[in-house]
Design a protein around this ligand. Sequence first.
Ligand code: ADP
Length: 438
Amino acid sequence: MSRPAWQYLLGIVSGLLVALAIGWIIDRPGLCTSLYLAAIVAWQARNLIRFENWLRLRSILRPPNMRGLWGETVERANRLYQRKRFHKRRALMLLRELRRMTSAMPDGTILLGPTREILWFNPTAAQWLGLRRKLDYGIRIDNLIRQPDFVEYVVNGGKGPGPRVHMPNLGDRWFAFNLVTTSARDLQLLIVRDVTSEARLESMRRDFVANASHELRSPLTVVRGYLDTLAEDSTLDETWREPVREMQRQSERMHNIVSDLLELSRLEAGRGEAETEPIDVAGLLALMRREALSRPDRPAKFDVHLESDALLLGAESELHSIFQNLITNAVKYTPPEGTVSVRYWTDGRGSHVAVSDTGIGIPAAHIPRLTERFYRVDAGRSRKLGGSGLGLAIVKHALQRHGAQLEITSEEGKGSSFTCHFPPARVQLRESPVAGVA
Ligand code: ADP
C-alpha cells in the first residue's frame, strides 16, 4: 500500500527537528541542520539522476530500486510505461493483422483521409483500379475516378446507394462502391466490389427481354389484324363468334404486355436522368381527364384539381406514361359508382401529382411490392381487367429518371392514393400562376 506524500514530508521535517535537537545538545545547531539538509539534498539529487537515467533508457533498463516517495513515483511511472507498451504492441499487432486480412480480402479497400485523399489501399484495389503504391498516395480519389455518379457519391459522404461504375479502360469492368464513414468523418473506407458478371447478366437479360418483345410485336400485329377482320366478317359461323372475340381479347392483352415490356426496356436502357423539356402538366392532366371520361368503365365522378400551373422539366412521353398508368389503374380498380380525383400542386418541396380513388384499396402487406414487375394483388382480377402487371414498374422507373418519388397510401375497401413527388429542381414556375378546378 502506498503512503500519502505528507507522511514522507513529515519524516523529513522530523529528521530536521532531531538534527536541530542534537545541534543544541552539542552546541552546534547551525552545523547539524546544515549537514542534515545537505544530506537530504544530496540524496534527492542522486535519486533524481537515477530516475532521469531510467526514464531515458527505460526500454532497456530495469526500474531503479529506490525507497520512499521516489520508490513510489518510479513504480507508478513504470506501471504507466508498461501499460502504454502493452497498448502500443496490441495496436501494432491489430494493425498488422488488419492489413493482412484486408490484403487477403476479395474486395478492394481504400482508406481515405478527410479530403478524400488516398491514405492506403489493398492489393485488390490496386489491381482493379490501377492504383500505384506511393505514387497515388495523397491523391484525391475523385481526381482518379471522375465518373459523375461516383464523384457525387463520395462528395456527399456516401449518402444513398453506392454507385456502379463502368470502367471501359480498366478491362471493360463494372465496379460497385460503398463508402463507410465514421461519425467523426475524418477517415473513410471505400469498399470496391467487382460486379462485372452481374452487370453483364443484367444487360443480357435486358437485351433478351427487349429483343423478344420486339420480335413478338410484328407477328402479334398480323394476328390482331386477321382477328379484327374475322370478327367483322358477317359470314362467320355463329359458333366461332365467341372464340374469335376471346382470341381478340387475349391478343389485346399480349399486345399490352409486349408494349409495356418494350417501354420498360426503353426506360432501363436510358441511362441517367430524363431530359428537361418544360412540360405543361396541368394541360396534360386536363387532356387525360377527357380521355378517361370517354372510357366505358369510367367512374361516376372524375375530378381534376389543378392548383398549380408550374411546368415540370422532364420527358413528355415518360410523364404521360406515369400519369396514364396511375389514372388507368384508378379507373380500373374503382367501381362505376366511385370517384377518382387527380390533384396537382406545387410547394417548397417541389411539385406533386396525386391520383386518388375510392376503389377496392390494397392490403398493407402488398404495398411495398406493388412496383415489382408482374406483381399483382389479385392476379385473376388484374388479368380480367386487361392489366399487364407492369404499369407501376414503369411508373417507378420513369419517376426515378426524374429524381421523383412515388408514395402509396391505401386502405382495403376504401380506396388508394398514388402521389408523385417531383423535386424543386424539376419545377419551372410561370410568371403569373393560375389556380382552378377542371
Ligand atoms: P396491373 O396491370 O395489374 O394493373 P400495375 O403494375 O399497374 O399492374 O399494378 C400492380 C397491382 O397493384 C395491380 O395488379 C393491382 O392489384 C394493384 N393496384 C394498382 N393500382 C391500384 C388501385 N388504384 N387500386 C387498387 N389496386 C391497385
